[in-house]
Design a protein around this ligand. Structure first.
Ligand SMILES: Cc1cc2nc3c(=O)[nH]c(=O)nc-3n(C[C@H](O)[C@H](O)[C@H](O)COP(=O)(O)OP(=O)(O)OC[C@H]3O[C@@H](n4cnc5c(N)ncnc54)[C@H](O)[C@@H]3O)c2cc1C
Length: 426
């Protein structure tokens, strides 16, 4: 194993990296209040947020973020909404993401059936509609913040086995060491094992689409505009990346039917560009041509997934472990970060006599997240269905609806407000 811990730390009594594999005695207090399984963005944000409210956290399965590329951008790029940005700010993380790598979105254009819906940050009275940044840049900022957080301990090993005795979890890590805690958090992604260990069921529906991502160079500046179009080839989005001198790039997120995605992947990044260019007109982005691919294509099968509950005795799920939505609204990670914020608030606000894994406390977290998760699941799934190829006969009606919405400022303000996440997390 070549991974390393991010912060050298003395083994605590509940964790034995030396591998002697001696479980803590049933009577010894757990070394940590909380064990978080999953060192992705949501797991790192969870460990940081909980340590900042005074809890002792062990984060398992951590890899340090890759260094910034000398030129260009990492492949995974996210649109962060205002609620995520505010939360990351409050944890002193956002300020560590270099400004030069963050692109505020000034305008957003959503096109379908020859009609368009436009949002403008200025008209909405906000600083930006969203902020586009690389996953790795945010992860580097989280790594840095975690280094200074005494309450968080990070290990590279994943959780391999888990048992709950009604009050504490006993967790075996991949190096054979054993950890104990009163609360186990699953931030371990869509294939979550914590979900299984906690006995939480799952509803899952494949979309028959693959999310393709690739950075693309444009001939002209994008002007901070994000473009999205519903096309017969799936949903295509171009997210603007911060200009580096005269280099103008966008991050392509293409939710393509599986068969098309396979052929595009076989053709490779350069082969994908000609097909993309045929959609520039529909995107309202013809002025960006000619395009050139930068780097490789990344591909993710798209699913709609929802855990039956976000909580179980002594356990809770966050991020993709609890819910996976279609990326057409660019909200999956935002939902995950808002899970973290809600859980940290609930745990910090629990009564002195309440155990960390108290069922009433955890249910408060589940209730706090129910509305937003359901609303985004319904909205993204509804849009996906509405623009399905077999509903092409609805095109005139859809175009009428989109044009009508574009002329209704109060409705646009409502939509933009909801997308910002602030109305939910206020
Ligand atoms: C094409 C595409 C585009 C997207 N664009 C956006 C966007 O613009 N904005 C947005 O908000 N969201 C977006 N999303 C959604 C976003 O990618 C996910 O919601 C987010 O990455 C989920 O993060 P996570 O930390 O919950 O899970 P993951 O990133 O899957 O991380 C889970 C981690 O847990 C680890 N792990 C697994 N098992 C264990 C174990 N037993 N023990 C310890 N660790 C374990 C894994 O190794 C991994 O590191 C997009 C998704 C796709 C597919």
């Amino acid at each position: 194993m070549t991974m390393r811990t991010l912060r050298p730390s003395k083994p605590a009594s509940g964790l034995n990296p030396g591998g002697s594999n001696t479980p803590g005695s049933a009577h010894s207090p757990p070394a940590e209040d909380v064990v978080v399984a999953g060192g992705g963005l949501v797991g790192k944000a969870t460990a940081l947020a909980l340590a900042q409210v005074g809890l002792r956290v062990l984060l398992c399965g951590v890899r340090p973020a890759p260094a910034a590329p000398a030129q260009g951008y990492g492949q995974r790029v996210y649109a962060f909404n205002a609620a995520s940005r505010r939360f990351l700010d409050s944890m002193r993380v956002w300020s560590q993401v270099p400004h030069s790598r963050v692109q505020p979105v000034a305008r957003m254009q959503i096109a379908a059936d020859g009609a368009a819906l436009q949002f403008d940050a200025y008209a909405q009275g906000v600083e930006a509609l969203a902020w586009i940044a690389e996953s790795d840049a945010l992860e580097r900022a989280l790594d840095l913040a975690l280094q200074f957080e005494r309450g968080a301990r990070l290990v590279p090993w994943g959780v391999e086995q888990a048992q709950f005795d009604g009050a504490h979890w006993e967790l075996t890590l991949a190096d054979g060491s054993v950890a104990r805690a009163g609360l186990l958090l699953g931030a371990d992604g869509r294939q979550s094992r914590v979900r299984d260990w906690a006995g939480i069921g799952l509803r899952s529906k494949p979309y028959g689409q693959t999310g393709l991502v690739c950075n693309v160079r444009c001939a002209q500046p994008h002007g901070g505009t994000a473009y999205q179009a519903f096309t017969e080839d799936g949903v295509i989005a171009l997210l603007p990346l911060a200009d580096q001198d005269d280099d103008h790039q966008v991050s392509l997120v293409w939710s393509a039917p599986d068969a098309l995605a396979t052929s595009l992947c076989v053709a490779g990044a350069e082969g994908l560009v000609p097909r993309l260019q045929t959609h520039l007109e529909a995107l309202g982005a013809a002025h960006l041509a000619p395009l050139a691919a930068v780097g490789e294509i990344g591909a993710w099968p798209l699913v709609l997934q929802r855990a039956h509950s976000l909580v179980a005795p002594g356990a809770a799920l966050l991020g993709d472990a609890g819910h996976v939505i279609h990326p057409l609204a660019g909200h999956g990670l935002n939902l995950g970060l808002q899970d973290v914020q809600a859980l940290a608030a609930v745990l910090a606000g629990r009564g002195e006599a309440q155990a960390i894994g108290d069922a009433r406390v955890l249910r408060r977290y589940a209730r706090a997240r129910a509305e937003q998760v359901l609303a985004l699941e319904l909205a993204t799934d509804g849009l996906h269905r509405l623009y399905a190829p077999d509903l092409a006969w609805l095109a005139p009606l859809r175009a009428f609806g989109l044009t009508g919405t574009n002329h209704l400022s109060p409705l646009k303000r409502l939509l933009a407000g909801y997308a910002s996440g602030l109305s939910v997390m206020a």
